[in-house]
Design a protein. Structure first.
Length: 260
């Protein structure tokens, strides 16, 4: 494909190719030979001046012995996305974050949804696939630290069926056992400035970006005033919520008494 002006997505993909190539101890000429392309094409991919095809990402993974790292990056960055426009920029911040703080008032946090639960909520198979793909950040090496506060009503609100809810709560319990994931349940009540769901993504350089959900969509913001508001709200929510252990005990109780 002809060279083009770099975009944030092609540059990010190219940076991942460069990182994996350097970890493998290869220069561009050596990688080009393994992938059966020219050195200039590798240069274009690494600089973000071309959008390679998925089958080329597969060839690069094979050449670099990198499993599915570049195929996964291609899916995340270069595949045509079904994300709504107001959310489209946030998955990149989410994927590069070393800490995530999320509050949900109506539904299970997206990164903790089972496929069956997500399928009830989303419009098509591609949207479900993308949500499941996003969840891989929770189990990757150097996974982010994740703190989630769920309103208690989330556990009680039926989505799909009793079977789906039982599976979903059992999944929450299982995920809460991971060292990098903390789930707390906030008893039903009023919490100042916690009127809608939000997610704060903290980057390795300590900068932050927040996704704020609205009734008819949402917005991504890095404005200091927005970040200060949601950070304070999250601190209040954590202080008022049940402890992680008590939260797991409540989830087990709801599974037994409501969804079994």
């Amino acid at each position: 494909m002809a060279a083009r002006k770099p975009t944030s997505k092609t540059v990010s993909f190219g940076a991942e190719v460069t990182r994996l190539r350097e970890e493998a101890g290869l220069n561009r000429t050596e990688l080009a030979a393994r992938a059966a392309v020219t050195r200039s094409y590798i240069s274009q991919v690494e600089s973000g001046r071309t959008k390679c095809r998925k089958d080329f990402a597969e060839r690069l993974d094979k050449a670099l012995d990198s499993g599915t790292a570049l195929v996964d990056a291609w899916d995340e960055l270069l595949r045509s996305s079904s994300y709504p426009r107001f959310f489209a920029d946030f998955p990149r911040a989410e994927a590069s974050a070393d800490a995530l703080r999320a509050f949900e008032i109506r539904l299970v946090y997206g990164l903790l949804q089972t496929e069956a639960y997500a399928r009830v909520l989303l419009c098509d198979d591609e949207a479900v696939r993308e949500r499941m793909q996003r969840q891989k950040i929770l189990t990757k090496p150097n996974a982010p630290t994740v703190f989630v506060v769920l309103d208690e009503s989330v556990l009680l609100r039926e989505v799909g069926s009793r079977e789906i809810m039982r599976e979903q709560l059992e999944h929450l319990i299982e995920m809460s056992e991971r060292d990098n994931i903390t789930i707390q349940i906030a008893p039903i009540g009023y919490y100042r400035d916690a009127r809608a769901p939000f997610v704060i993504a903290t980057q390795p350089d300590r900068s932050e970006i927040v996704y704020l959900e609205h009734n008819i969509g949402g917005e991504t913001s890095a404005e200091p005033k927005d970040l200060a508001l949601v950070s304070e709200a999250f601190s209040r929510l954590q202080a008022a919520a049940l402890s992680p252990k008590a939260s797991v005990d409540l989830m087990r109780k709801v599974v037994e008494e409501r969804w079994t």
